[in-house]
Write a protein of this length. Structure first.
Length: 270
């Protein structure tokens, strides 16, 4: 009987992931256009900095897709473990002579930036359950608006990163999708549907480990999937066939690339 119950529970969990992978309000912003960002700041928490940083993998995907201009692509992180958007002083991240004032090339030469603006886009993520928490979702709405205005005032594009459900709480996928899509629509901002990609991947390959042992943070495969979704959303380019695999085996990398692209296409209605 216990095996039967476990089997039923597994089927119900898969049904929840399957439904969540396709349930969301339609976004009104579906592209950043041909002038897509090349220098981004990622503002968030440990979901970004796990596995040596998801933003660095986005840059690797961008460079692999455009090797002739690979020096143009850079990403920076401003992350606080466990943080919500209200923990971040976004205005301070744009102060001159601080974040992104210089970087190092492949020969370890220091290069001082002389760009008209520090960043082309700011990719922002709230804490993993803040947008749907009864006591915090209004704070998410408030700071999504405030931070979008700050980012635009500095000549950059605000972008929201839709995070994923906990491994044992698949119902979070649709809830987070609704919250982030609503925030994107309210602030005329692009939303990166990473959470929907996690649900789609679990629907298609439930045995693939996208989570760390805590069932919240991403495994290396989860970080790579998030990076592929981010690359596709920001650039409008498919990650399928990209040569950067983040040390994953080729079949896994190709599956995650295709999952990311299919999710982005479906979410944006293309």
């Amino acid at each position: 009987m216990s095996n039967v119950i476990r089997g039923i529970c597994a089927m119900l969990a898969l049904a929840c992931w399957t439904a969540a992978a396709h349930a969301q309000t339609r976004p009104t912003v579906t592209s950043l256009g041909p002038d897509f960002p090349k220098v981004e700041i990622f503002i968030g928490n440990s979901f970004f900095y796990y596995n040596n940083g998801m933003p660095s993998q986005v840059s690797q995907l961008e460079r692999a897709a455009d090797p002739e201009h690979k020096e143009d692509y850079r990403a920076w992180m401003a992350t606080i473990g466990g943080s919500g958007l209200d923990w971040h002083d976004v205005e301070s991240y744009f102060r001159p002579g601080a974040i992104a004032a210089y970087h190092f090339d492949e020969q370890n030469n220091v290069l001082f930036d002389e760009r008209d603006r520090l960043f082309d886009a700011a990719v922002m993520m709230d804490c993993s359950q803040c947008p749907i928490h009864p006591r915090l979702k209004s704070v998410f709405t408030e700071f999504a608006g405030k931070d979008s205005a700050i980012v635009r005032a500095h000549g950059a594009k605000p972008v929201f990163f839709m995070s994923w459900a906990y491994a044992d709480r698949p119902e979070m996928t649709a809830q987070l999708a609704e919250a982030y899509t609503g925030a994107g629509n309210a602030n005329n901002a692009l939303v990166i549907p990473a959470g929907l990609a996690f649900a789609r991947a679990r629907e298609k390959q439930p045995e693939l480990g996208l989570y760390a042992p805590d069932r919240r943070h991403p495994s290396p495969a989860g970080t790579y999937l998030a990076a592929c979704v981010t690359f596709a959303a920001l650039t409008g380019r498919s990650p399928v066939g990209n040569l950067y695999h983040a040390n994953l085996d080729e079949p896994t990398a190709k599956f995650l690339q295709q999952t990311a692209w299919d999710t982005v296409q479906d979410y944006y209605g293309k």
